[in-house]
Design a protein around this ligand. Structure first.
Ligand code: KG4
Ligand code: ZN
Length: 329
């Protein structure tokens, strides 16, 4: 079994995953609530909260899976990218367990983890495919080749999609994290009421940009004033959410078309978005392309996805990982 640990941002996570990385026996996520009042993740607060929780979360992942540490033959951990202090808590815990039991350690890239969530959702899935990762920290398009290597096709030039949703939600007074709050407010809103810009529309461009969208919302709110903004809240939320979703869908479909990709994978926290899921389901069935979007609990940060990436990641043999470091980028 693979014991996987993930602490790159504000979720303290541990999971037990089968050796082929295609099924999780447990997947424990403790989401830190300490950041709510700051309207964003505070790195130092995150590190301390990970430290307090990590042992309990790992223990629960073993209990939930119904196995003891003796069943574990690999320890996988997120080593990059992420908040450095937060990453280090997970890396230190993983090293400790691996070293104590003379096990190999698998240093996993968080982004490869997000993509590998697709193998848990669809155990028969094999590359090649194109993958969109859209989270609070990242928005990027990759082609994944038969050897599971990821090739960057395009990425955001400024804010991540989730960041754009979070900032938009904050401007609308909807709270944090903004994605789910915005989605809720948008439910009864009219997506076509307000027009927000979609950046980098050129067909051969696979990069994203969300800073103009954010500015455009800011100006719109100034124009409307406080009272009208309150009255129009659902419509503003719906139109803003729709603009983020359209930007993502447009580039993803274009990437699939250019690479003649037989399958599309979407991962990262924003993949939990209902409008994005619905739009891609319609578009992919129209194009006859296979679509894999993991269920929401595998899209947001979790350790099962890190375990799923482990079989495709070179392991470091005992005890050569003691000097292994985490990296923020
Ligand atoms: O992957 P993730 O859990 O953490 C990072 O690595 O960033 O992604 C978090 C992001 C946040 O920006 C959050 O607002 C967004 O995912 N998110 C959503 C939804 N659920 C989470 N965005 C849109 N719709 C959702 N339902
Ligand atoms: Zn993430």
């Amino acid at each position: 079994m693979i014991l996987a640990i993930e602490t790159s941002c504000d979720d303290t996570c541990a999971a037990v995953v089968e050796p082929d990385g295609r099924r999780a026996l447990s997947n424990v996520v403790h989401t830190q609530t300490e950041h709510g009042r700051y309207g964003g993740v505070v790195p130092e607060v995150a590190s301390r909260a990970h430290l307090e929780r990590i042992d309990g979360v790992i223990e629960r992942s073993l209990t939930d899976a119904g196995v003891g540490l003796e069943a574990v033959d690999h320890v996988a951990v997120t080593v990059r990218p992420g908040l450095i202090g937060a990453l280090l808590v997970g890396v230190a815990a993983a090293k400790g367990i691996a070293y104590a039991r003379s096990l190999p350690l698998v240093p996993v890239n968080h982004l490869e983890g997000h993509v590998a969530a697709a193998y848990l959702a669809e155990p028969d899935l094999e590359p090649p495919f194109v993958a969109l990762i859209a989270s609070g920290g990242h928005t990027a398009l990759y082609s994944v080749d038969r050897e599971h290597h990821m090739h960057l096709l395009g990425e955001t030039l400024d804010d991540a999609a989730g960041e754009a949703l979070d900032k938009g939600a904050r401007m609308l007074g909807l709270g944090f994290p903004g994605g789910p709050a915005l989605q809720m407010a948008a439910q009864s809103g009219d997506r076509n009421r307000y027009e927000f810009p979609i950046a980098l529309k050129a067909r051969d461009n696979l990069d994203f940009s969300f800073s103009g969208l954010k500015t455009s919302l800011l100006y719109r709110l100034k124009e409307l004033g406080e009272e009208r903004t309150r009255e129009e809240l659902q419509h503003l939320a719906a139109s803003y959410e729709a603009a983020v979703v359209e930007a993502l869908v447009r580039k993803l479909l274009r990437a699939a078309e250019i690479g003649e990709s037989p399958a599309i994978v979407v991962a990262g926290g924003v993949a939990a978005n209902a409008l994005l899921r619905r739009t891609l389901e319609e578009e992919s069935s129209r194009l006859g392309t296979k679509l894999v979007i993991p269920p929401p609990d595998l899209c947001t940060d979790n350790a099962a996805m890190i375990g799923a990436a482990a079989p495709h990641t070179p392991a470091v043999a005992y005890p050569h990982y003691l000097s292994l470091n985490a990296r923020s980028v």
